[in-house]
Design a protein around this ligand. Structure first.
Ligand code: UD1
Length: 356
């Protein structure tokens, strides 16, 4: 049996690094990597492979800069062609991006078993491109690896275990494994930073495809920057959209950080402002209170504990909620994301379920 990892987006490379290593250490399976090319800039892709010592992809596809439907269609076709050639394999799908959906469709239509890392996340907001992706992938996967108890419960409540005989396993969050790995690495980067600051990221489609919302967010960050300097490593698409807005940006925008750089800068930050479901978890691991600019955040588990506040993409709301966040005593000593051994648990289940 061969394990084929299907990746294409920045956060997937981090999870791949951990699970690839665990499968290599605890199973005898051969492994291959398909990179769809959804993220293609060196700062969004290549640097992660180098820094995390991930083997170069065995298959490099080229599907970037297409509308969602074309991107999914072309990826499905190209991944399917690879899977037909590979035979005797199981595929590992990460998260809920277009790459993840295309990988799952290509595998399902070739009767290839699927393991889904980060299963069971629900926002119940059908306007998010990721919501339909994650719902469909969970249904196609035989092994659903859930990062939290609530994610596991979501799938059980949807009848996945009972009616569809899927395996639903709460492994904890593989991002916590990655964060613990990063914490043990030497300080590699000498990023020039102020003594105290807020670390911000904005990339979500609901925010950067709306000039109104993005202007409100920029104005909110400008106002917060007067209280506490704001540093924002910027997704290329968000950078382009901010440039098009033509409004003054008073905070510090930088090129995207590598994973290690991001974790090291996070460690020095006082607060986080983000619209990323992954980064607000990393803020939680690092015990940094975070403000999440999303209508429907992924992680009610965190918001419940006052360590993460939700806000609308409106300047006043952002500023007021940031002030509230600074006053709220956070509670980080809760066990939500497991023990940091998710990759090992996943490798054990894969070895057991996919053995010949
Ligand atoms: C994608 C995922 C999102 C995930 C994020 C992780 C989907 C629908 N969205 O969002 O769920 O949270 O990745 O980072 O799959 N671009 C570049 N350089 C790159 C990559 C993208 O310039 O290396 C620009 C291109 O103009 C591209 C646009 O960004 O069209 C959007 O990229 P895309 O991969 O579609 O979505 P993300 O916003 O990155």
């Amino acid at each position: 049996m061969r394990c084929i990892h299907i990746v294409g987006n920045r956060p997937q490379f981090v999870k791949l690094a951990l699970l690839h290593r665990a499968i290599g250490a605890y199973t005898s399976f051969a492994q291959k990597i398909i990179h769809t090319g959804q993220h293609y800039d060196a700062s969004m892709s290549g640097v992660f492979f180098q820094e995390l010592n991930i083997p170069s992809p065995d298959y490099m596809l080229n599907v970037n800069q297409l509308p969602h439907h074309s991107q999914i269609g072309r990826m499905t076709e190209q991944i399917g062609d690879v899977l037909v050639k590979e035979k005797e394999c199981g595929v590992i799908i990460y998260g809920d991006t277009n790459t993840s959906l295309a990988g799952a469709l290509a595998a399902k239509k070739n009767n290839i078993p699927i393991a889904h890392v980060e299963a069971g996340i629900r926002t119940y907001d059908e306007t998010m491109p990721e919501e339909s992706n994650r719902y469909l992938i969970d249904r196609m996967a035989e092994l659903n690896f859930c990062p939290t108890y609530l994610c596991e419960k979501n799938l059980i409540d949807e009848g996945l275990g009972r009616r569809h005989a899927k395996k639903i396993i709460n492994t904890g969050d593989i991002m916590l494994d990655a964060w613990l790995y990063a914490a043990k690495q030497p300080q590699l980067h000498q990023t020039d930073l102020p003594a105290t600051f807020t670390l911000a990221t904005i990339h979500r489609e609901e925010n950067n495809s709306s000039p109104e919302k993005l202007s409100e967010i920029v104005r909110g960050l400008n106002a917060i920057n007067e209280i506490l300097p704001v540093i924002m490593p910027c997704h290329p698409k968000t950078q382009k959209k901010i440039d098009e807005l033509g409004i003054p940006v008073l905070f510090n925008i930088r090129s995207p950080f590598s994973y290690m750089e991001m974790m090291q800068v996070l460690n020095k930050a006082s607060y986080v402002i983000t619209d990323s479901g992954g980064f607000c978890r990393e803020a939680f691991f690092s015990q940094k209170p975070s403000l999440v600019i999303m209508e429907h955040p992924f992680w009610p588990e965190i918001t419940e504990h006052g360590t993460c506040l939700q806000t609308k993409a409106e300047m006043r709301n952002i500023v007021d909620n940031f002030a509230l966040l600074r006053k709220t005593p956070p509670k980080f000593n809760v066990d939500i994301f497991g023990r940091g051994n998710a990759a090992r648990l996943m490798a054990d289940v894969i070895a057991q379920e996919w053995k010949k």
